[in-house]
Each structure stands twice: as structure tokens, then as C-alpha cells.
Ligand binder design. Structure first.
Ligand code: CAA
Length: 285
């Protein structure tokens, strides 16, 4: 059976969820965006409006296209509104308990043919799938920040994923203008497994006093030709997400190189989470 995926639910409209909703709506699909309460829903609407207005200002989209794109998105605080979705993507915080609760709700609410996907950066897709009565229809669909710009989607299948579903999700990613890679279910998948080791190591270098924040960022950016240095990128990803991914990698691998650097923990405890809170390694006034 080849699915059509015309109506897509996105649960969680933070930085990633709002970006994912934008990507689907831009490809002409109907999107149902769900947040926990009106305040969070308002913030999600704000992300979408800012991001699409920027595209208009840069001449990548007309005002009419922006209105049509936003018109394809319904905003709601009720998970029950996902009953008719063909696909639901979860983009809530990286806390397994929250994900399990959400997936058992989705399993109850969504139609039997619906595919349930998680945008988790590091948690076990298999464990999330196991909370549902349809583990064969649960996959990982992992986007990168900023989702409207970054071309990659990691498609994660588990030992129980239905044959052919990963290929259908990869086709869907292509329809969104992305390039999919197919990955097995191991903490961090490919990108975060490699990336967080490096970012955590950069925090260790900063703590050791080898070089300062600006010099490390400049060294990597100019010496390796990457678009951002490690501290700029940590602020973009969010220090809470980065910390959580390091924790999961450390728990799974027992490799001390993945033990989150103390400076990351300090920033997270202080609520300095990067761009999204206005301050992390840098300040964003
Ligand atoms: N939303 C929508 N569009 C955005 C955007 C956003 N948040 N941020 C930037 N853009 C767009 C800009 O509008 C611009 O578009 P045009 O070229 O059409 O004008 C384009 O992206 C380039 O942006 P800028 O000129 O403002 O700045 P830049 O050239 O420095 O690019 C960047 C910004 C794309 C973010 C670039 O710096 C970059 O690629 N950085 C690395 C990002 C990265 O590594 N992401 C992966 C993080 S890991 C992850 O996400 C996984 C995880 O699970 C933790």
C-alpha cells in the first residue's frame, strides 16, 4: 500500500516543530499544528509568521504564497483534532516520559492507517514505538535546525517497522525538497552521534582554558569552512537539547567522552538555553 500523506499533524511548535510545519505546508500539504496551551500555540504561530515573513522579505516567497502557506496550517490545543491525519510528527521536548504519553494518546486518537513519526534527536524510536499498538507504523523522521533550510532528513526504522515504510517516508522527504538518509535505531543516529561528541569536546576545550569562545568559533569556522563555530551552533540547537543528547549518548555508550561538559549543565540549570531564551554562550538582544 502506498500512502498519500495529504494531512500531516505536527505536535509541538517550538523551533523544530514550527520549522517542520512550515516545510510541509510549503509542499502543499494540510498541516494541523498542536501545542499544549494557548500561550505555546501563540509562540508557534509567531515562529511561523517570522520565518515566512523573512522569506518574503528576501524575495523567496510572495505575500500571497505566504498567506496560502499559513492558510494550510490549522492551530489547535486539542490532540483529538489529529483523528484524520495521515501522518503525525512529534517534536516535543526530549523527555521519554512525555513522548510515551503522547504516543499512547496518538495511538488511541489517530486512524488505524496513520503513520506516527518522532523527530527525536537521540531517544530510542523502538521504545517509543513499543508504547503503541501499531509499532510497525512508527518511524523516526529527524529534521535539522533550521528545518526550512537544512536539506537532510534522517529516516529511522526499527526492527519492527513495516517493510517499505522507510522507503515511503524517504519519498515523502524528497517531496518536501529534502534528501533522506536511512539509519538504524541507535542513540544520536548518524549526525548527532558525530556532532555532539565534537560540540561537547569544544565545551571541554573552553573549560580547560586552551582558547576562548570567540577564538574557538573563529578557528572552526575559518579553519574548517563550516558555516558556524561550535558555540554559535550550540546556541542554535539549544543547550537543553544538546545536553539531553549528550546524556543519552553517554548512557548508551558509557564512553566518558560523551559525558556532558559541566559548563553545559551550568547553562541549562541557569535557564540560558541559547537563541530561544535570548542568551546562551552568546547574547541575542
Ligand atoms: N528559518 C528559515 N530560514 C532561515 C532560518 C530560519 N531559522 N535561518 C536562516 N534561514 C535562511 C535565510 O533566510 C537565508 O535564506 P536565503 O539564502 O534564501 O536568503 C539562508 O537561510 C541563509 O541564512 P543567512 O544568510 O541569514 O545566514 P547564513 O548564511 O549564516 O545561514 C544557517 C544560516 C543556514 C543557519 C547556516 O549558518 C548553517 O547552515 N548553520 C549550521 C546549521 C547546522 O549545522 N544545523 C544542524 C544542527 S544539528 C540539528 O539540528 C540536529 C539535532 O537534532 C540537534
Amino acid at each position: 500500500m502506498t500512502r498519500t500523506f495529504e494531512t500531516v499533524g505536527v505536535v509541538g511548535l517550538g523551533t523544530m516543530g514550527a520549522g517542520i510545519a512550515e516545510v510541509f505546508a510549503r509542499a502543499g500539504m494540510r498541516v494541523i499544528g498542536v501545542e499544549a496551551d494557548e500561550e505555546a500555540l501563540g509562540r508557534g504561530r509567531g515562529h511561523l509568521s517570522t520565518s515566512t515573513s523573512r522569506a518574503v522579505a528576501k524575495g523567496r516567497m510572495t505575500a500571497e504564497q505566504q498567506a496560502a502557506l499559513l492558510g494550510r496550517i490549522t492551530f489547535t490545543t486539542s490532540r483529538e483534532d489529529l483523528a484524520d491525519a495521515d501522518l503525525v510528527i512529534e517534536a516535543i521536548p526530549e523527555i521519554m516520559e512525555y513522548k510515551r504519553g503522547l504516543f499512547s494518546d496518538l495511538d488511541r486518537i489517530c486512524k488505524p492507517s496513520a503513520v506516527l513519526a518522532t523527530n527525536t534527536s537521540s531517544l530510542s524510536v523502538t521504545a517509543i514505538a513499543a508504547t503503541t499498538s501499531r509499532p510497525a507504523q512508527v518511524v523516526g523522521m529527524h529534521f535539522f535546525n533550521p528545518a526550512p533550510v537544512m536539506k537532510l532528513v534522517e529516516v529511522i526504522s526499527t526492527v519492527v517497522t513495516e517493510d517499505g515504510l522507510a522507503a515511503e517516508i524517504a519519498d515523502l522527504a524528497r517531496r518536501l525538497g529534502k534528501t533522506p538518509v536511512t539509519v538504524g535505531d541507535r542513540a544520536g543516529f548518524v549526525v548527532n552521534r558525530l556532532l555532539l561528541g565534537y560540540l561537547n569536546h569544544a565545551c571541554g576545550l573552553l573549560e580547560s582554558g586552551l582558547a576562548g569562545r570567540d577564538d574557538i568559533d573563529a578557528a572552526v569556522k575559518l579553519g574548517l569552512g563550516l558555516p558556524m563555530g561550535p558555540f554559535t551552533l550550540l546556541d542554535l540547537i539549544g543547550l537543553d537539547t544538546s545536553y539531553e543528547v549528550c546524556e543519552v549518548l553517554f548512557r548508551e555508550s558509557r564512553d566518558r567522552r560523551h559525558a556532558p561538559a559541566p559548563v553545559l549543565r551550568e547553562f541549562v540549570t541557569a535557564g540560558l538555553l541559547g537563541r530561544k531564551t535570548g542568551r546562551g554562550f552568546y547574547s541575542y538582544a
